[in-house]
Design a protein around this ligand. Structure first.
Ligand SMILES: Cc1ncc(COP(=O)(O)O)c(C=O)c1O
Length: 331
């Protein structure tokens, strides 16, 4: 297995906490939460693990400017901006859509972290990725050394962060003397699930990984996850040997990406009021709503122990619409 350098952006390992009150309330399996929302840099979240490998590559290549993309409320863009500030790198965010007049949530944090923001005027990320390459060439021709990071940090190197996370979980299981039968995670660009699947293969584990899609229908989401698994194995110089079966559930997208429904808001309320844990309305709230529904439908045995990966996204909570915020008044 080929080793890749990484920069250390957080103190490992992130804690695994027993959500005792939620488990009791739901009268199902024991639920544990891996606190990847506590990955230190730039308010934390899953993108920090990916950037440890991606930005190490950028630094090895002696780059001084990082270009990436996302929506105006992208957690990935915010964390990249924050980590670039930490490392003294110039950060250019080519954000989708038209200029936003109101700076709030992640967009405000991008500015605070000193990122330069360009609006791409489109939501077509294929077009935006081409624009990023053009910008890189332009900067390189003017004496800079630019490095492009794809949407969501979804690359072979990025997957290594979550392959490593899987091994971290296996180690923590031994320390805590518990065994998880399943792992739940939110699935957006697919890199987190892809990384976990690679880790599972490397560890020869039988755990089930369930990716709750918050964006794509499962067929499309599976294409991305498989592509990233292949890229991840390639950068590791490994051959997976057999086809990796993946499990993606698209039943919890609701009305669409970044639109929380009642079950999402109830999940946020339950985690907040029972455990003091803040889930977000775009990713973790939906994924946790999925886990709750699995339990209520009896899809998980009462004797099982399941692990939910909290992938962060906290700024989404302060950026909810007034209508969604008001929902909590009635709860
Ligand atoms: C908070 C949060 N959770 C989960 C995800 C999904 O991760 P992935 O894009 O690796 O599927 C993202 C992606 O942006 C995210 O910001």
């Amino acid at each position: 297995m080929k080793k890749h350098n990484k920069i250390k952006l957080f103190n490992r390992a992130t804690p695994i906490e027993y959500a005792e009150k939620i488990s009791r309330q739901l009268r199902g399996p024991d639920i544990y939460i891996k606190r990847d929302d506590l990955t230190d840099s730039a308010l934390g979240g899953n993108k920090v693990r990916k950037l440890e490998y991606i930005l190490a590559d950028a630094l090895e290549k002696d780059c001084d400017t990082i270009i990436t993309t996302g929506g105006p409320q992208s957690n990935h863009a915010r964390i990249t901006a924050g980590v670039c500030a930490q490392l003294g790198l110039r950060c250019i965010l080519l954000l989708s859509g038209k200029k936003k007049e109101v700076l709030e949530g992640n967009l405000l944090l991008d500015k605070i972290f000193g990122a330069e923001i360009i609006y791409a005027g489109t939501w077509d990320f294929k077009v935006i990725h081409k624009k990023m390459e053009t910008l890189k060439k332009h900067l390189d021709n003017h004496g800079r050394r630019a490095y492009t990071v794809p949407l969501g940090g979804a690359s072979g190197l990025g997957t290594l962060g979550y392959a490593e996370c899987f091994s971290e979980i296996v180690k923590q299981e031994k320390e805590l003397k518990i065994k998880f039968s399943r792992i739940f995670t939110a699935n957006g660009s697919g890199g987190t699930q892809a990384g976990l699947e690679i880790g599972k293969a490397v560890e020869h584990s039988a755990k089930e990984i369930i990716g709750i899609s918050v964006l794509f229908k499962k067929e499309k989401a599976a294409v991305y996850v498989k592509q990233e698994i292949a890229e991840g194995f390639k950068v590791l110089g490994m051959d997976p040997g057999k086809e990796i079966k993946i499990n993606i559930d698209d039943n919890y997208i609701g009305e669409g990406y970044a639109i929380p429904d009642e079950s999402t808001l109830n999940a946020i309320k339950l985690a907040g009021s029972s455990e003091g844990i803040v889930l977000d309305p775009v990713y973790t709230g939906k994924a946790f709503a999925g886990l709750i529904d699995y339990i209520k439908c009896g899809k998980i045995g009462n004797k099982e122990k399941v692990l939910f990966i909290h992938t962060g996204g906290y700024p989404g909570i302060v950026n909810m619409t007034e209508k969604h915020k008001k929902y909590f008044e009635g709860l």
